[in-house]
Design a protein around this ligand. Structure first.
Ligand SMILES: *Cc1c(COP(=O)(O)O)cnc(C)c1O
Length: 388
């Protein structure tokens, strides 16, 4: 028996090390990784620069409390704010924690500015995923709380795309609307620009905050640093994590000055959040992602991969009925069963990830090459030609 709580259905694969876009078993077997630890290892494995920066910090100082100055944390916060709408960053350790902070900030904003205890409701949408803490689960839909013996007031989930239901649900209790600009777990569904604009208008007209969950689609996964930047619509609060430190646990909730100013001393905190090791890696990740050749490679490879996938879907419509997504967060909508498709790809020594809506998610490292895309396309075509 395993002593690890059986919360994950694990495959038998055991990886010993990784290099670039590949993971290796101790037997030497090589897997092309189009999952990237679920959109985490965006700069691939074994990156020398990241290793160097991590070791450099490890040799100096692993951890100090957030009651002291942490210069690398200040630097990362500044760099993040220079690249998005935000003025403040709260550092934590995971996506779910970044959601918890967003919920707390939104509610406290109205508590402080309007002295309102009842303006606390967060509206979310079906197909969304925001993490596994109680608050994040409640945001993801109350059915997910079943068995945990609690009802979490202050959340309302609506059907994705139901504009009328949304308008009717707005009341003087509504504090925020929380959405992923591109749903990851839900099946790689993008919110069109017009929808984001509509949400922004609705929020402005009704004094409601708009929260974007970019835990999965942020940090260039969509081709831009943050997915919302495709639309020009800015949120009031944004959550991020996953690729922010390429696998070193780190999350960040960002907000404007006006809203963040309600979070005074003691209103929130985290022992580890943004500790020296995490932010050293976070800064190193940004160093690499802000190089021109990183972005130009990403654009080139993404266009190439999407084109190749389209061709396969046209040739095998009884396998892949639609290509979804943007940048390198891509979804193959399966005609048959997505879980079988993922398993068959694994037999071809390629890793992918299932998502909702019968979708297979492709999340290669953002540093993936054209040759590796060719290899992936060949493996995907093999699976289609086998009739899956
Ligand atoms: C993964 C994910 C989360 C939760 O992140 P954890 O680090 O697992 O807590 C939240 N929101 C989205 C969109 C995610 O993809």
């Amino acid at each position: 028996m395993s002593n690890v709580l059986p919360t994950y259905p694990r495959s038998n694969l055991t990886f010993e090390y990784g290099q670039g876009s590949y993971l290796y078993e101790s037997s030497g077997d090589q897997y092309l990784d189009f999952g990237s630890g679920i959109a985490v290892n965006s700069l691939g494995y074994g990156n020398e620069y990241l290793n160097e920066k991590l070791m450099e910090q490890a040799n100096k100082l692993w951890h100090v409390s957030n009651v002291y100055q942490i210069p690398e944390q200040e630097r990362l916060a500044k760099r993040l704010c220079e690249n998005c709408f935000a003025d403040y960053v709260f550092f934590c350790n995971s996506g779910a924690e970044s959601i918890e902070a967003a919920i707390k900030i939104a509610r406290r904003y109205f508590y402080i500015t309007e002295d309102s205890k009842q303006k606390n409701e967060i509206i979310t949408f079906s197909g969304s995923f925001h993490g596994r803490t109680l608050g994040a689960l409640a945001a993801g839909g109350s059915d997910k709380l079943e068995g945990f013996n609690t009802e979490m007031p202050g959340f309302k989930q609506l059907k994705f795309g139901d504009h009328d239901a949304l308008k009717k649900s707005i009341s003087d209790k509504t504090a925020a609307i929380l959405v992923e600009p591109i749903q990851g777990e839900g099946g790689v569904s993008s919110l069109p620009k017009e929808c984001l604009e509509g949400l922004r208008r609705l929020c402005d007209d009704n004094n409601i905050l708009l929260i974007f969950d970019e835990v999965q689609c942020g940090f260039y996964r969509s081709g831009k640093m943050f997915a919302y930047q495709w639309s020009g619509v800015e949120p009031d609060i944004m959550t991020t994590a996953k690729a922010i430190a390429n696998g070193f646990p780190l999350g960040a909730t960002m907000t404007s000055k006006k809203i963040g100013d309600v979070m005074g001393h003691g209103t929130h905190g985290s022992t580890y959040g943004g500790n020296p090791l995490a932010v050293a890696v976070g800064n190193a990740v940004l160093d690499l992602m802000q190089k021109d050749n990183f972005r130009s490679n990403l654009e080139k490879v993404s266009t190439y991969l999407i084109e190749g996938l389209r061709e396969i879907s046209l040739k095998y419509p009884k396998s892949i009925s639609e290509i979804r997504g943007k940048g390198l967060i891509l979804g193959l909508k399966c005609y048959k069963d997505n879980i079988t498709f993922v398993e068959e790809l694994r037999k071809q020594k390629m890793l992918s990830i299932k998502a909702g809506n019968n979708v297979v998610r492709l999340l290669p490292p953002l540093t993936v090459s054209i040759n590796e895309c060719d290899e992936a396309l060949k493996k995907i075509e093999n699976v289609c030609s086998l009739g899956f």
